[in-house]
Design a protein around this ligand. Structure first.
Ligand code: ATP
Length: 224
């Protein structure tokens, strides 16, 4: 079983801590606010009221035993950086820190955080992209340009096989899985696999090819 520490339980930290617990992980929560801790009592394994910039307090809470720590202190940038640095120096194997802006993110990366998240910015960009591209239901960014996208099956291609569509060549996207309407997941799609209405396709590719997919599908719909 994995053991995590969540430091700072505002809305973001609370959600991380609660979800980890629900997934059966052991979770140590540290926050300076008694009120914030109260809402997680009985939900997580242990809550500790402490100023996380105090190295001794972190040691006493048993921070050295965790597999990973999530620093979810947002507004107090100085505290967020200091805590991340202390965790790094204490040898915590994996550190995820929340940043509130790009400069904050840059500093956190420099001091060696393994992952830096900007929740508002990332979610905002995701929502915007899904609004512009009518076929994208969800996405997982792998690099600045490349991602894994979940696409709905537009009417224009429903009922056709991947082979008939010449999918990879036509759209420049690799289909890695197909989720049928009933929920079954086909993770080895072949040229004979048919795309049915109501199912979704998971593709890996770059943003430009997603735009191409949208345009070509629109054209096919008009030509029907
Ligand atoms: P969110 O957007 O997730 O609600 P936020 O960006 O508003 O969070 P803050 O309010 O700055 O984040 O901090 C989140 C939590 O971190 C708060 O519960 C706060 O008590 C706690 N916190 C801030 N500084 C420290 C510190 N030095 N030690 C321990 N906890 C801290």
């Amino acid at each position: 079983m994995k053991y995590f520490a969540v430091i700072g339980v505002g809305r973001f930290g609370y959600s991380v801590a609660k979800t980890l617990s629900e997934m059966g992980c052991q979770v140590l929560v540290i926050d300076s606010s008694e009120d914030k801790l109260r809402q997680l009592e009985g939900i997580v394994t242990q809550v500790v009221q402490a100023d996380a910039t105090d190295e001794k307090a972190l040691r006493a809470a048993g921070i050295k035993d965790v597999d990973a720590a999530i620093v979810a202190i947002g507004q107090n940038m100085e505290a967020s950086i200091l805590v991340s640095l202390i965790l790094k120096e204490l040898g915590v194997p994996y550190i995820v820190s929340k940043a509130i802006n790009q400069l904050h993110a840059k500093v956190l990366k420099r001091i060696g955080c393994d992952r830096v998240v900007l929740p508002e910015e990332e979610m905002g960009a995701r929502v915007a992209r899904s609004l512009v591209s009518p076929n994208v239901l969800d996405e997982l960014e792998l690099s600045e340009k490349v991602g894994i996208y979940e696409l709905r099956v537009p009417d224009a291609i429903a009922g056709k096989t991947l082979g008939e569509l010449d999918f990879r060549k036509k759209f420049g996207l690799n289909v890695i899985a197909i989720r049928e309407e009933e929920g079954n997941l086909n993770t080895v799609p072949t040229a004979e696999t048919k795309l049915s209405k109501g199912s979704t396709i998971f593709v890996i590719g770059d943003e430009e090819n997603i735009e191409r997919f949208d345009k070509l599908v629109k054209k096919m719909e008009k030509g029907k």
